[in-house]
Design a protein. Structure first.
Length: 95
């Protein structure tokens, strides 16, 4: 999906402190949070002024048996930087 229509996919696993890098976490343990939700990712994206779209019925490929959902948002710079910024905003919101 990434690149074809100018949007990137953000899966909750990218930010989940309970996951290892091999399981899909893309941010450092310090920046990650426990059990992130689609709603939290959406709120962080809106806070950043991005038009995000939730797809709740999607399965993360590495754990295809779990329905985690995903968020699609416009590509604004490198995906890794976008994921880090979302994680920081989510962590700040949780306090």
């Amino acid at each position: 999906m990434s690149g074809r229509d100018g949007r990137v996919v953000i899966w909750p696993a990218y930010i989940d402190a309970g996951k290892s890098r091999g399981e899909g976490r893309q941010v450092s343990k310090r920046d990650a949070i426990e059990n992130p939700t689609i709603d939290e990712i959406m709120a962080a994206a809106m806070e950043m002024g991005l038009q995000a779209e939730a797809e709740r019925d999607k399965h993360y490929p590495k754990v295809w048996w779990e329905k985690s959902g995903r968020v699609l948002m416009p590509k604004k710079g490198p995906k890794t930087a976008l994921v880090k910024e979302i994680a920081k905003r989510m962590k700040r919101r949780r306090g």
